[in-house]
Design a protein around this ligand. Structure first.
Ligand SMILES: Nc1ncnc2c1ncn2[C@@H]1O[C@H](COP(=O)(O)OP(=O)(O)OP(=O)(O)O)[C@@H](O)[C@H]1O
Ligand SMILES: [Mg+2]
Length: 256
């Protein structure tokens, strides 16, 4: 990665509802507020990130580009852009599947022309490891950020995304784990420590962010009101946590 090229981070975990979309949106907004140029890409046909940023209906989406057209990039606010998606992405998945090995590299090719324009490209992945889209995301990325809700069963569920990463390294040998971030955390540091130990036992040394994202009504409210956490409630725990996460990621990035 050169200084002028964006770092591409996939936000992925095949478990549903672990705050992939909320993390993408609020981390994107935090990095933007710190002066970084950020492109968020909605890789989920459910289109939650698009809806939460005000792109409820659009006839231009990522699918257009994956099928050979122009990449539609929309500005949300200063330093923060989005490529939206909707159900059309399911058809694009099919299209990629029929394209052989080039179908695995298509997202990377599509994003290449954008890399000079941004410091970070954040890919909001769907809760799946089976389709072409998550493979495309991991092959297009420098690193993977894995949100985990620290609760029973969460650790075993990580095997799916780690296995897919191992497969994708064959087509993208620069891929690394950005880290695991605990999200929707209701407990205290004891819980953080317990799950940190569990992850180490199961997967060895993998970076776990010091920052945890606490469960906070403001985070879910912000999403439903088409706002990021800083627009909705800049003094909330959610704003504080996502800003701290962004700073840790900036530190990770400058250390490497
Ligand atoms: N820190 C938080 N506090 C409270 N609610 C949260 C928090 N983070 C996310 N949520 C809520 O939890 C739900 C799931 O979050 P989100 O949609 O971001 O997860 P996801 O992993 O993207 O889900 P999917 O797998 O369906 O794509 C949403 O209703 C969201 O508003
Ligand atoms: Mg989501």
């Amino acid at each position: 990665m050169t200084d002028s090229m964006a770092k591409v981070i996939a936000i992925a975990n095949h478990k549903g509802g672990v705050a992939k979309t909320a993390t993408t949106h609020n981390l994107g907004a935090a990095l933007a507020s710190l002066g970084k140029r950020v492109l968020m890409v909605d890789l989920d046909a459910q289109g939650n990130l698009s809806q939460n940023t005000g792109f409820e209906e659009t006839d231009q989406s990522l699918a257009t580009a994956l099928e050979g057209g122009e990449l539609p990039v929309f500005n949300i606010r200063e330093n923060l852009d989005i490529v939206p998606s909707d159900l059309e992405l399911d058809y694009a998945d099919e299209h990629l599947r029929n394209a052989g090995v080039t179908g695995y590299r298509k997202l990377g090719q599509v994003l290449e022309s954008q890399k000079d324009n941004y410091d970070f490209v954040l890919l909001d992945c769907p809760p799946s490891v089976k389709g072409m889209i998550v493979s495309n995301a991991l092959i297009a990325s420098d690193s993977v950020l894995v949100p985990v809700v620290p609760e029973k069963g969460a650790i075993k569920g990580l095997a799916g995304i780690f296995r897919l990463m191992e497969d994708c390294v064959q087509l993208n040998d620069k891929l690394t784990i950005e880290g695991i971030v605990f999200t929707r955390v209701k407990g205290n540091t004891a819980l953080h420590n317990f799950y940190t130990e569990q992850i180490k036992e199961e997967y060895g040394e993998v970076k776990i962010f010091n920052t945890s994202i606490r469960e906070s009504i403001s985070v879910s409210e912000a999403g439903t009101m088409d706002m990021d956490i800083f627009q909705h409630s800049p003094k909330s725990n959610g704003a504080e946590d996502h800003l701290a996460l962004a700073k840790e990621i900036l530190k990770n990035t400058s250390d490497n």
